[in-house]
Design a protein around this ligand. Structure first.
Ligand SMILES: [Zn+2]
Length: 473
């Protein structure tokens, strides 16, 4: 197994990654709050974690990846202020919170699919885990670090951490951590920095559940602790999120988890930097208009060009989104697509001996704190060398690299070879590939029958691909 070196926000250094139970890796990512479409800035984070997960798999690890979906309790301020984001949109659109969450989750999953982001092993919704959150809050109360008031159950951060100590992740005092936040706080809190675990007595709130403290709903932070513990255990290997999560959300996750379990919650905290607009403006929900993945095709970009654009930058570097940069990514994408499409029919099945150095260098770059731009340069060099030497033994090697690049080059290659199919059959084949990827096997079966009834044999391969051939009569 190769050794990944990764920047751990806990130690502020690049560390050798050693999972607790190799070859298994537990990975938790803070997922979307589903009340608006996720813009390209949000999607960058999920791409970064896809590069990380695929790198670990490239190295031979088995990754169990859990991602939460926030469909209740995330207020318009990350601190305990404002309205519930889902309910705010629901009221504005005249829909139920469930309809809003379902719609935006579906949009998010569709975008992830277009970006070739591997679905998490478990996608867990906050509203499906209220019982686990209540249990965890009871443990925190029992440990003496939470208190019940009329307006809610609060975590006593000052008692837990001491009034002057620095946060383990942010390395800031409580005052510094919250300096960017509006500190409007309930008079029930012992300290303004205490955060809510369970909200009580909010009759306006639509989503409410019974709890030992009365009807109410969970705070935002508690969901991540409860769900990561449920699916990954009390200590997890890697926890990811955007750098904006460091000062509040992740500090609070650590405090509430460790106060309940008395164990280390996360061994490696890995954070990605933002995607910014041209003027250095953060492309974020608060900045108003921001590009969506769905906006890219009209501008002449394939969704995977955005994937490649992100792959071309280090996850810890802020990247500037611009037309020029996207054009460059599209050109590189076309370069790989062309190569996969135009391979000679007799291209070798085995990787050429000479390609081994490229595969090694690619892996070394990724294992060097996820140096994706260097890895991308190696993949380009491999293709360039293949053209130069007219040795297509590069193709099997490039397919190996594509396990991390995620450009579906095999599909391009196959599509070029089956493009002789009539358009109606080709359309059915593509639809079937999409529903199989979405694990809608019932629909895939219907499509199989349809294709067969039109005189074609269908063979599903174990690697998830399928072959279609005109039946000789
Ligand atoms: Zn989280």
């Amino acid at each position: 197994m190769k050794t990944l070196h990764i920047f751990n926000t806990l130690s502020r250094t690049v560390e050798e990654f050693r999972p607790l139970y190799p070859p298994n890796v537990s990975l938790y990512s803070c997922g979307p709050t589903v009340y608006l479409p996720q813009h390209l800035g949000n999607l960058r984070a999920y791409l970064c974690w896809d590069f990380l997960r695929r790198t670990l798999e490239f190295d031979g690890y088995r990754v169990r990846h859990v991602m939460n979906v926030t469909d209740v309790g995330h207020l318009t301020g990350d601190d305990d202020v404002g309205e519930d984001k889902i309910e705010k949109t629901a009221k504005a659109e005249g829909k139920s919170p469930l309809e809003i969450a379902n719609r935006y989750l579906e949009l998010f999953n569709r975008d992830c699919h277009r970006l070739n982001i591997e679905p998490p092993t478990v996608e867990s919704r906050a509203t499906g885990h209220i019982g686990e959150m209540i249990e965890l809050i009871e443990r925190i109360i029992a440990s003496g670090y939470a208190y019940v008031t009329r307006s809610g159950v609060y975590f006593d951060i000052v008692q837990y951490r001491g009034p002057k100590s620095l946060g383990r992740l942010s390395r800031q005092t409580l005052d510094e951590q919250y300096s960017a936040q509006r500190l409007e706080h309930s008079p029930d809190k012992r300290n303004p920095h205490d955060f809510v675990l369970w909200v009580l007595n909010q009759p306006e709130h639509i989503m409410q559940w019974d709890s030992p403290w009365g009807r109410g709903y969970p705070g935002w932070h508690i969901e991540c602790s409860a769900m990561s513990m449920k699916y990954l255990g009390e200590t997890i290997d890697i926890h990811t999120g955007g750098i904006d999560h460091i000062p509040i959300h992740h500090e609070n996750e650590i405090a509430q988890s460790e106060s309940a379990t008395h164990k280390q919650f996360v061994r490696y905290f890995v954070h990605n930097a933002f995607l910014v607009g041209k003027e250095g403006m953060k492309i974020s929900k608060s900045a108003g208009k921001f590009p969506l993945l769905a906006d890219l095709p009209a501008a002449g970009f394939h969704p995977l060009a955005f994937r490649l654009f992100c792959f071309g930058a280090k996850y810890r570097s802020e990247i500037v989104f611009s037309d020029e940069a996207m054009h460059a990514a599209q050109t590189t994408l076309d370069y790989f697509f062309e190569f996969a499409r135009n391979l000679p029919a007799d291209a070798p099945v085995e990787a050429g001996e000479w390609t081994r150095a490229y595969v090694d260098k690619f892996g070394e770059a990724l294992n060097d704190d996820l140096n994706t731009p260097r890895a991308l340069a190696v993949a380009r060099d491999l293709v360039a060398e293949s053209y130069r030497s007219k040795d297509f033994g590069a193709w099997p090697a490039l397919r190996m690299l594509d396990a991390v690049l995620g450009l579906d080059l095999e599909e391009r290659h196959k599509a070029a070879r089956t493009s002789a199919m009539p358009a109606d059959i080709q359309a059915l084949i593509e639809e079937r590939a999409a529903v199989r990827q979405a694990r809608n096997f019932a629909r895939a079966d219907e499509l199989r029958k349809e294709i067969e009834s039109r005189g074609y044999d269908v063979k599903d391969n174990r690697d998830g691909s399928a072959a279609y051939q005109r039946r000789s009569s």
